[in-house]
Design a binder for this molecule. Structure first.
Ligand SMILES: CC(C)(COP(=O)(O)OP(=O)(O)OC[C@H]1O[C@@H](n2cnc3c(N)ncnc32)[C@H](O)[C@@H]1OP(=O)(O)O)[C@@H](O)C(=O)NCCC(=O)NCCS
Length: 188
């Protein structure tokens, strides 16, 4: 079953090939790629990625879900959220999000990510959702705190990231956040 979710201001739906230009508009920006595993992407690379992830529309039987976030008022794709399995046996997945900076500061990423958490715990029966980010990615860890996720770890200078290889100190520090299904239900 293809996943479609709706919040007050947003529609979360599978990507379509016709989203290419809107996705490229944010994936080509250095400030968006600054803390991602993937570098800035060309239009062709975005097209490949959309094709690769075309089946990521439901958690069952796929690598995860990767949904376009559409601002309903403007009928515009402003970013994406994803939930990727890291252990199906443990019913555990990782949350991810990437948004166009032109739409930052309105709570859209929080609204979309909260809906993905609701789906994870209330519909998909997940036990644990984890999120991780570069400790310098303040916007990302603040978002996870707004969602009510718990900071579990601060790994100091633990990882060489693709984007950090050319720095004087290529090691970056990583923050780990998590939420359990029980914690989600206690919040509700
Ligand atoms: C991480 C990212 C999604 C966060 O975006 P964001 O715009 O800061 O997050 P939100 O959309 O939730 O907006 C929150 C801001 O809007 C404000 N806001 C306004 N209305 C709001 C509302 N209704 N609800 C919540 N926040 C609201 C908040 O106060 C906050 O502002 P502040 O940062 O000045 O305190 C974005 O920076 C991004 O895409 N970065 C590049 C990709 C990336 O690094 N992804 C994460 C990899 S780990």
């Amino acid at each position: 079953m293809t996943l479609r979710l709706r919040t007050e201001r947003l529609d979360l739906r599978p990507f379509a090939a016709t989203d290419l230009d809107e996705v490229h508009a944010y994936r080509r920006l250095p400030e968006v790629a600054a803390y991602l595993y993937t570098p800035v992407l060309s239009r062709e690379q975005v097209a490949e990625r959309l094709t690769e992830r075309a089946g990521w529309t439901t958690l069952a039987g796929s690598g995860g879900v990767n949904l376009a976030v559409v601002l309903r008022d403007k009928d515009a794709v402003i970013g994406e959220v994803n939930l990727v399995w890291y252990s199906e046996d443990n019913r555990a997945a990782e949350l991810g999000y990437v948004f166009h900076p032109a739409f930052a500061g309105h709570g859209y990423a929080s609204e979309a990510a909260a809906e993905i958490l609701r789906y994870a715990f209330e519909e998909a029966g997940l036990h644990r959702v984890v999120g991780r980010c570069d400790a310098e990615n303040t916007a990302s860890w603040r978002l996870m705190e707004r969602l009510g996720m718990r900071r579990e770890a601060h790994f100091v200078r633990n990882e060489i990231m693709p984007y950090s290889k050319d720095r004087d100190d290529p090691y970056v520090s990583e923050l780990i956040y998590a939420m359990l299904g029980d914690e989600w239900r206690a919040r509700a």
